[in-house]
Design a protein around this ligand. Structure first.
Ligand SMILES: Cc1cc2nc3c(=O)[nH]c(=O)nc-3n(C[C@H](O)[C@H](O)[C@H](O)COP(=O)(O)OP(=O)(O)OC[C@H]3O[C@@H](n4cnc5c(N)ncnc54)[C@H](O)[C@@H]3O)c2cc1C
Length: 550
């Protein structure tokens, strides 16, 4: 019996090492499957400390996890999963500082609703916001459509309550000096901090969003440990509390749709939207529009009428104003700018229902993808690249070429204003060489991203998928610093090893959960995981989806 079959002494949360429990945590939203050694669900920070001390004494690795919605396989792993979703308390809004404390397992949507009640909002809005946790958002530096104007999660984190690899606990705040007497911090400050000096080698120049590597560029700029810890994907600390900054609610919003006969025209228009202060500017490429219109017969999307034949790209943009006049006028001006950039049609939406109609298009493809031939799997493995803003069209064209050369269809959409593109290749897993196609496409898109000076992940994080590829897009200096940061914080390598710093011989793609040749998961686990197609179930405490099998 291995040492992880027996729960840590004094641990008060749920702890399971039976096959069913391990199976239900073997998958997340990404393509991977790794069966963990055990699952622990702490009830509070003391439980997390107990777990960390126990794991360190036994050289067991820990894989922190929120809702498991991340795409890069960072929330699955062979160690002990630490499911933080039960630590989901949300404090009252502090009206003086416009901030709120929440447990790591609090859902972004719940935190935002608490803020709304005080006339405030947490403006980072991933599409997964109703079912991802703020701990997960902190750890991936998550972002959303409104990041164009409001930035990513890092910009809104005031303080993090952290448990370190030796079981010590401290609040790291943007507003206070680093606490003394925490060995990980003392090592970092003494050995690594002096080596982190601002420079081009520490960031992807011209890239607007980045969740890859450690936040050394942000740290070089601010010297705030919070900036380093945000985006660290459970590899440096376990976050047990988050203080988030809040913004005032928008007074009035208006939206604009622009249909463009060429991708280049849309890219020019997106730059105009950004410069004009749009709060969001999303791209729907032809591959996306084709899928969205394929569903017309059974679920018509009214706004498709506004998209003329021959459209290569659609932009959906949003502006905000202090009052109706201001935001409506900004939307009209943006529509004119879109026309001057070559839009073949524009639609201005001022009222709530018209805006809803426009933005509905952004969600039109997902249900259709879900109804495709069951052999066709929409796989996320090149799903999050971002490039310097002026290289967006080159990137999209390059990705399309890679997919065509490998005879794969794909759906391309994203955050045009930030040159950040989501791509879902549709892979037929009944074809003999489907896995080789996946590997080739990944390698070719990594080459493309590197050539364009981009990052492999604008918001989803590296996970086990991208970590072995980091040396392709980061400088040797940056890679050396990532290793130094990891060694200072986690010398024994128990915190989510294989993420951010690769293990020896680590390959990006291991078991793929769609592989028909993988041993099937127990039927009750399969049923429970399939219920997660109802996205809210991501945030459900997973052990409650299956019976105990001791
Ligand atoms: C349909 C869908 C839409 C999405 N849309 C977006 C989007 O618009 N923008 C975006 O940025 N992302 C998006 N994502 C990805 C995902 O929702 C985000 O990455 C989110 O931040 C992950 O939160 P989570 O709670 O699921 O974290 P998990 O997936 O459980 O974990 C993510 C990473 O953080 C680490 N971690 C989690 N909690 C902690 C903690 N308390 N302490 C230390 N480490 C921790 C984990 O080890 C892992 O490495 C989407 C995902 C899906 C399925």
């Amino acid at each position: 019996m291995t040492s992880c079959h027996i729960p840590p002494a004094g641990f008060r949360g749920a702890y399971r090492s039976d096959d069913l429990a391990r199976a239900i945590y073997s998958e997340s939203a990404g393509i991977g499957r790794i069966v963990p050694a055990a699952v622990a669900v702490p009830v509070d920070a003391d439980d997390v400390i107990t777990l960390v001390n126990w794991a360190r004494e036994r050289s067991l690795s820990l894989v922190p996890r929120g809702s498991g919605t991340s795409m890069g396989n960072g929330a699955i792993g062979p160690g002990v999963i630490v499911d933080l979703s039960r630590m989901n308390a949300i404090d009252n809004v502090d009206l003086m500082s416009h901030s709120i404390w929440a447990g790591p397992g609090a859902l972004r949507g719940d935190v935002n609703r608490a803020a709304h009640d005080s006339g405030l909002r947490f403006p980072v809005d991933p599409s997964s916001g109703e079912f991802c946790t703020v701990g997960g958002m902190v750890s991936t530096n998550a972002a959303g459509a409104h990041t164009l104007r409001f930035g990513a999660t890092r910009d809104w984190i005031i303080a993090l309550d952290c448990v370190f690899e030796d079981g010590s606990r401290a609040v790291i705040s943007r507003l206070a000096a680093a606490p003394k007497g925490i060995p990980a911090l003392d090592r970092f400050i003494a050995e690594v901090d002096p080596k982190i000096v601002s420079g081009d080698s520490l960031h992807h120049r011209g890239v607007a969003k980045d969740s890859s590597g450690y936040g050394i560029a942000a740290y070089a700029h601010t010297r705030k440990l919070v900036d380093l810890l945000v985006g660290s994907e459970g590899t440096l600390v376990i976050v047990v509390g988050v203080q988030l900054g809040l913004a005032p609610l928008a007074r009035k919003r208006s939206s604009v749709l622009g249909a463009f006969p060429s991708l280049d025209a849309a890219v020019v228009a997106a730059a105009t939207a950004r410069a004009a202060g749009a709060v969001a500017c999303e791209l729907l490429e032809k591959t996306f529009l084709d899928v969205a219109s394929a569903g017309e017969a059974d679920s018509p999307v009214a706004i498709l009428d506004a998209i003329p034949e021959g459209t290569e790209a659609v932009l959906l943009a949003e502006v905000e104003g202090a009052n109706d006049n201001e935001s409506d006028e900004a939307a009209r001006q943006l529509a004119t700018a879109f026309e001057q950039s070559g839009a073949s049609n524009t639609r201005v939406a001022l009222g709530t229902s018209e805006q809803h109609e426009i933005w509905e298009l952004r969600h039109a493809a997902s249900p259709i993808l879900g109804r495709l031939d069951p052999a066709l799997k929409s796989m996320q493995f090149i799903e999050d690249g971002a490039v310097p803003v002026d290289r967006l069209a080159d990137y999209v064209r390059g990705v399309k070429r890679v997919l065509e050369n490998n005879e794969l269809r794909g759906v391309i959409f994203g955050h045009a204003g930030d040159a950040h593109v989501h791509v879902n290749p549709l892979v037929d897993v009944t074809k003999r060489d489907w896995r080789q196609s996946v590997e080739r496409v990944l390698a070719e898109v990594v080459d493309l991203t590197a050539q364009l000076g981009g990052t492999l992940t604008g918001e989803h994080g590296d996970g086990r998928l991208r970590t072995p590829l980091l040396s392709r897009t980061w400088s040797a200096d940056a890679i050396e610093l990532f290793q130094a940061v990891k060694s200072a914080f986690d010398p024994a390598g128990i915190m989510n090893p294989g993420v951010k710093v690769p293990l020896a011989n680590q390959s990006p793609i291991g078991d793929i959960k769609y592989d028909p040749l993988l041993p099937p998961l127990p039927p009750q686990v399969r049923r429970a995981l399939d219920s997660i197609t109802d996205k809210r179930a991501y945030s459900t405490f997973r052990l409650s989806l299956i019976p105990e099998s001791h």
